[in-house]
Design a protein around this ligand. Structure first.
Ligand SMILES: [Zn+2]
Ligand SMILES: [Zn+2]
Length: 152
């Protein structure tokens, strides 16, 4: 009886249409209030929220650690993870380097710092995909053109 009353109260809070209830909007202005790129700030905040609900870190196009687009900081050592295999060559047990060509179409390439190959693992494919998403998301805000399809 008491429990039911509590959950009903909870429901009322979630479905509240109170105009002052702007928690999801203000997280972008509070946490990323100092970022000049407001589009980046709102995507960062949205992906922070999505991550709390199960979005994996490498499905993000932004980085909460470095507060930027993922491709801008993916080369940082902190983004190497032997545990999950991201930016990691399981054969050589060493980090995978990332080459981002931001000019032109903005291509992303991975290669192992030891064997020179791209270790084709699920984790490394996630890194590639996330960087490409990040690049196109950044460019989408800068270009007037709707879409440019990379010839790959
Ligand atoms: Zn980062
Ligand atoms: Zn290797």
């Amino acid at each position: 009886m008491e429990r039911r009353a509590r959950s009903r109260r909870h429901l009322r809070v979630v479905s509240s249409a109170d105009p002052d209830d702007t928690a999801s909007v203000s997280s972008a202005s509070v946490r990323y209030g100092d970022l000049a790129d407001r589009r980046l700030a709102s995507i960062l905040a949205a992906e922070d929220t999505a991550e709390r609900y199960g979005l994996t870190q490498y499905a993000r196009s932004t980085c909460a650690v470095h507060r930027c687009w993922l491709h801008q900081c993916i080369a940082e050592p902190v983004h190497v993870s032997a545990a999950t295999g991201h930016r990691w060559c399981p054969e050589c047990e060493c980090p995978v380097e990332v080459d981002i060509d931001e000019a032109g179409m903005g291509s992303v390439r991975l290669h192992c710092s030891r064997c020179g190959l791209l270790p084709d693992t699920t984790a490394n494919r996630e890194v590639l995909l996330a960087c490409r998403t990040s690049l196109s998301a950044m460019h989408a805000g800068r270009r007037a053109a709707l879409y440019e399809v990379p010839d790959e």
